[in-house]
Design a binder for this molecule. Sequence first.
Ligand SMILES: C[S@@+](CC[C@H](N)C(=O)[O-])C[C@H]1O[C@@H](n2cnc3c(N)ncnc32)[C@H](O)[C@@H]1O
Length: 210
Amino acid sequence: MSQAAFSPAADRNKQAILEVLQQLLPAHGRALEIASGTGQHVAWFAKHLPRWTWQPTDADAPTLNSIDARIAQEQLANVLAPLLLDVLSPVWLPEDTPAFDAIYCANMLHIAPWSTCAALMQGAERHLAKGAKLITYGPYLEESVATSAGNLGFDEALRSENPAWGLRQLEAVQTEAQKAGLQLAQRFSLPANNLLLVWTPLLQTADAAA
Ligand SMILES: C[S@@+](CC[C@H](N)C(=O)[O-])C[C@H]1O[C@@H](n2cnc3c(N)ncnc32)[C@H](O)[C@@H]1O
């Protein structure tokens, strides 16, 4: 079996993210992770939210071997075998897959083409259960918040590596979310100028008002 890959950044930010998830999520449920990468986040969350079942996924096939290795190494019974899932694919999962109580996606939008933003929002809208949340995490640019020197440098480095990459403007992400029927419901500032954002179906506002 392959070795589990390791990301120092994922190791640094997993606890701060978990602390917000612990506030946001009910005691049990089923979560879909998009762009799982090394699997460090899903492993940490599965360990500390043991009544949740986690479905890791990634668009990169070799990455799935690393996630598999991590699940085996950490003996996590509540993490399902990772699935190949490219958000740009019009079909994410088999039609009979039950809706998820949470969908989580960290650090993908800036390291993938802009089209993945609309695709993420539309796919999440298709696969979220009623009352469920899409949670995204990563660095963003915001009109009303001065961009940190660190994020400016990171944005430049990303764009020079691949012109299709780069930090995303939160207002533009909100526009794509709205087109897909989602709205920004909560915003948490996390260390190192990252944001954890909670997106919920637009319908819930109408439901609440009814
Ligand atoms: C920087 S890593 C983030 C990994 C992990 N979520 C974390 O925060 O440590 C970005 C991940 O996005 C995945 N990715 C890129 N394009 C994607 C797409 N179109 N659909 C799904 N995943 C994608 C990559 O394969 C990679 O694993």
